[in-house]
Structure formats: structure tokens, C-alpha cells
Design a protein around this ligand. Structure first.
Ligand code: CO
Length: 211
């Protein structure tokens, strides 16, 4: 029986050869520097590959993915990626991209215990509680999930704006722009749902005045 992962290695070889054929300097150029304009914070879902759905090439997007594209202020992994993208790479745009039918969002709306994932989903439950009335206006479970997917993306964009990393870059460099998008699994189309430009107002409770 052939191991399925061998296909990945074979396809990788073919891809690398194809790149060199098209652009002989491709790997040489990329091995020295990366200057991506975008940071992508997306869901780990295998059906939402950041580069494929945006038609971007290696070197163009810095990527962080987790279950349900969350921006959790105690998540060292996310914060490290964010700080590096903003202060070292100097990205101009940060995109939080959720997707309709998100399994993480669905699970957070349910009552099934999933072990350690419960801890992660708690962050989504908090968003659910905050917007319960609005979500419950939707007519069925699917519509409720998709409404929460949109609201969750908005909350995560707000969570970015609450960080000192973003507030500092907004104050001194008037970047990055923050974007909330939702990808449709059924049609492949991305719908922009919110945007925050540098200097946008946030709740004063979260403002730092010594950055
Ligand atoms: Co998802």
C-alpha cells in the first residue's frame, strides 16, 4: 500500500521544478527576504487556505491560523505573530478571515464537552453571550451559526485594536488597517464584514495613553 504522504513529497518536487521553470530566480529571491504586505489570521479549517483563495504567492502573506480565527489576548503564539508582523515586517493590512459553517463556532454554540478544546471554545461562547439577542433573531441553526461567524470576526478585529501592539503602530505609523472577512465554503467568495482604519475609536477602557 502506498503511503498517502508520499504523494505530497512527489507533488512538492513537481511544484518546485515548475516554479524554477517559470522564474529561475524564484527561490533565490525568496530565501533572502520576505516583505509581505498582509497578515492573515484565519481558521485552521483545511478548506480555507489563505493563499489559494486570495491568489497570493509565497512571500505575500504572513499567516496565523487557529480554530475559529480567534484573537485571544493571552495567546502567546498569536501575540508573537502579531508583534513580528507589525513591528518587524511592517504589514499594512491585517485580515481576520472567518468562514460560514465554521465547526469551531458551531461547537461553541452546542453543549457537548470536547475536552481541552472547551477552553478555546469558551472565548467564542463569550462572543455568543455578548450577541445572544442578535443571533437569536435568525430563523434556523445554520443562519444562527453564520450570524455568529460574522459577529465573531468583528469581535476579533476589535480584539486586535485593543492590543498595545496595534495601538502603538496606529499612533506612530498610521498602519495597519484591520479587516474582518468571511469566506463562503459553498461559493468560494469572501465577504468583507468590517474594517478599522488606523486611529479608529475603541472603548476608552482599552486605550493606552503612554505608547
Ligand atoms: Co472554522
Amino acid at each position: 500500500m502506498e503511503n498517502s504522504y508520499n504523494k505530497l513529497l512527489a507533488d512538492n518536487k513537481a511544484w518546485a521544478e515548475e516554479q524554477v521553470k517559470r522564474d529561475p530566480d524564484f527561490f533565490n529571491r525568496l530565501s533572502h527576504i520576505q516583505t509581505p504586505e498582509f497578515l492573515w489570521i484565519g481558521c485552521s479549517d483545511s478548506r480555507v487556505p489563505a493563499d489559494k483563495i486570495t491568489g497570493t504567492q509565497p512571500g505575500e502573506i504572513f499567516v496565523h491560523r487557529n480554530i475559529a480565527n480567534m484573537v485571544v489576548h493571552t495567546d502567546l503564539n498569536l501575540l508573537s505573530v502579531l508583534e513580528y508582523a507589525v513591528t518587524a515586517l511592517k504589514v499594512k493590512h491585517i485580515i481576520v478571515c472567518g468562514h460560514y459553517g465554521c465547526g469551531g463556532v458551531k461547537a461553541a454554540m452546542g453543549k457537548t464537552s470536547l475536552g481541552i478544546i472547551n477552553k478555546w471554545l469558551r472565548n467564542i461562547k463569550d462572543v455568543y453571550l455578548k450577541h445572544l439577542d442578535e443571533v437569536n433573531l435568525e430563523i434556523n441553526e445554520e443562519a444562527k451559526t453564520n450570524k455568529l461567524v460574522e459577529l465573531n470576526v468583528q469581535e476579533q478585529v476589535m480584539n486586535l485594536a485593543k492590543t498595545s501592539i496595534i495601538q502603538k503602530a496606529w499612533k506612530h505609523e498610521q498602519r495597519p488597517h484591520l479587516h474582518g472577512w468571511v469566506y463562503g465554503l459553498s461559493d468560494g467568495i469572501i465577504k468583507p464584514v468590517c474594517e478599522m482604519s488606523p486611529g479608529s475609536k475603541i472603548d476608552p477602557l482599552y486605550e493606552y495613553d503612554n505608547l
